[in-house]
Design a binder for this molecule. Structure first.
Ligand code: NPW
Ligand code: ADP
Ligand code: K
Length: 513
């Protein structure tokens, strides 16, 4: 065979790289589990080894994050969180960085006493108990270490005494704050704050990652989250919440074989759009189309509404969804549905093999016990996507109660209604009736605009319609919705709102695989 110029023929078809398949995200450990892990590790290790490792990890990261620091200010509490800070202070000083330490109170027992004794023996000046005064000349390149409170923050007891004074002194400092384990004042399990809490630029989570760093007030207080396991492998079970991030979700994208056709990619039916709210259901339908559903039908509750603005959407009367069509359908119901959507739900709950309820469908569910009973006895999977107010209606409590423990609220909803749940908002929480749960790491405040939830509902529905397992569709949908907003923000800088139509574009632009 002669060797000629490169052939103009298309290259032989290459095998597509195999998708890796779904993977579980990083485990998120609650404080009870962390305490047990810490106690077991401490028994197996020489005295003070864990605190020495923690202090090393803090000092090493602090140096890397603030390489131009000319001094460090360490604020330490009287517990082991303070002990970690004292070890870090000693090591930073030994590495040549001038360090000032303010101590809330003398530790009374345990590893923290050892850390304080070591610090003093090394010649570190530790001022205890007086008013916290930032060291002279503390500038933007310098490093502040928050080691006031970690896991030991008493639940529902706002920071008080010298610790509260120190929290006030940390506000408005020019230097970046590195929080040890948790931003002081933030609850590890829930991300709630009973009072003032540190707003860190970085947080180094020790041993395990805590749920509270990722949801509720966590993201606003933790800044960039780092993790050091201190060489301890903590156990995780099927009910340990997982972090939804790119490595955990990228393997879930649906395959699109060469032989794909619109009939093989799933039928999505979007029901909603009462008078004055037809935009909501159109957003959901457009998002479903963008996700890759083969055929998307819009069932509008306002028959007088103008046709949808996207020519690929098919408009039908709600009555069209029955028989064969219903038996094959993935249904997203509720976006802009008004009070009238409830009447359609019994048939959908009984007959749709894949059903997602959002917005007014959730409000109908909250007020109609028969719907709730139907959902519980249904065997096919269902999804609920409430924002905190809708979740509060479904649980019969206040929005504040939902937000005070978002993981618990999502789990409770999943149990009560026998459905998979997304509790939306900063750090959306997912829960399934079988006990699985997850917290989303993607997304940002650019999403705080009307219609982005409608897009989420349709986007998840469009992914689910293509044959994904329900939990995979849910976690991929939630994570990629946030990832699209992150990509948007990365391109434009923080502070830019993202409207729902542009969000659909951003979702289409998100690389898959
Ligand atoms: N042991 C080890 O080797 C390892 C430990 N590790 C580290 O230990 C940390 C947990 O340490 P911890 O359990 O000592 O609790 P910690 O966060 O220091 O708080 C206790 C102090 O806070 C005080 N306090 C509480 N609430 C308050 C309030 N509302 N307002 C004001 N004060 C309040 C409380 O006072 P008290 O309630 O006793 O009056 C006490 O003085 C963990 O986060 C990690 O950093 C890891 O690195 C692994 C290795
Ligand atoms: N601060 C935020 N951080 C991350 N995601 C957010 C934030 N604010 C809103 N979102 C997301 O935007 C969407 C808003 O949904 P929703 O409140 O139902 O809006 P709408 O009803 O107007 O469509 C949800 O997916 C939610 O998680
Ligand atoms: K802290």
């Amino acid at each position: 065979m002669s060797s000629g110029p490169a052939s103009a023929l298309p290259a032989a078809p290459q095998r597509l790289p195999r998708r890796q398949g779904p993977a579980e995200g990083l485990p998120l450990h609650d404080s009870a589990l962390l305490r047990r892990g810490e106690a077991e590790a401490a028994r197996a290790l020489p005295p003070h080894a864990l605190m020495a490792r923690a202090g090393h990890a803090v000092a090493r990261l602090g140096r890397a994050l603030a390489p131009h620091a000319r001094q460090a200010w360490v604020l330490a509490g009287a517990g082991n969180n303070g002990g970690d800070g004292l070890v870090a202070a000693r090591l930073l000083r030994a590495a040549g960085l001038p360090v000032s330490v303010w101590l809330a109170a003398e530790p009374q027992a345990g590893d923290a006493c050892w850390a304080l004794a070591q610090a003093r023996a090394a010649g570190l000046a530790v001022s205890a108990g007086g008013p916290p005064q930032p060291p002279e000349g503390l500038g933007p390149d310098d490093l502040v270490i928050d080691a006031l409170l970690g896991l030991g923050l008493s639940a529902r007891r706002p920071p008080e005494g010298p610790v509260a004074t120190a929290l006030a002194a940390l506000e408005g400092l020019p230097a970046g704050i590195l929080a040890v384990d948790l931003p002081s004042g933030l609850a590890a399990d829930t991300g709630s704050c009973a009072g003032p809490a540190v707003r860190a630029r970085w947080t180094l989570s020790l041993l395990g990652l805590k749920p509270g760093l990722w949801t509720a007030a966590g993201r606003d207080h933790a800044g960039t989250i780092w993790h050091d396991d201190l060489g301890v492998a903590l156990p995780a079970t099927a009910s340990t919440p997982r972090l939804l991030d790119a490595p955990g979700c990228a393997g879930c994208w649906p395959d699109r074989p060469h032989t794909a056709h619109k009939g093989s990619q799933g039928d999505l039916w979007a029901l909603g759009g009462a008078a004055g709210m037809s935009g909501a259901i159109e957003l959901a339908a457009r998002a479903g189309l963008a996700a890759g559903a083969g055929r998307v039908h819009v069932l509008r509750l306002d028959p007088t509404a103008a046709p949808p603005g996207h020519p690929a959407l098919m408009t039908r009367a709600p009555e069209a969804l029955r028989g064969e069509a219903l038996a094959r359908a993935t249904v997203v119901a509720g976006c802009g549905g008004g009070a009238g959507v409830g009447a359609w739900l019994p048939a959908l709950i009984a007959g749709a093999p894949r059903l997602l309820l959002d917005a007014d469908a959730l409000n109908a569910l909250a007020t109609d016990p028969a719907l709730a009973q139907g959902l519980r006895t249904r065997t096919a999977p269902a999804m609920l996507t409430p924002h905190p107010l809708e979740a509060a209606r479904l649980l019969g409590c206040t929005t504040e109660a939902v937000q005070a423990d978002r993981l618990a609220a999502a789990r409770q909803l999943a149990q009560r209604y026998g459905a998979m749940v997304v509790l939306k908002g900063s750090g959306s929480v997912l829960a399934a009736p079988d006990g699985r749960s997850a917290i989303n790491a993607s997304g940002n405040a650019a999403l705080a605009s009307g219609g982005t939830g409608d897009v989420l509902a349709g986007w998840i529905g469009g992914l689910w319609a293509q044959g994904l397992d329900a939990w995979d569709a849910l976690r991929l949908g939630v994570w990629s919705h946030g990832a699209a907003a992150d990509a948007w923000q990365a391109a434009r800088g923080p502070g830019q709102p993202l409207d729902a139509l542009r969000l659909i574009e951003a979702l289409q632009n998100l690389p898959r695989g």
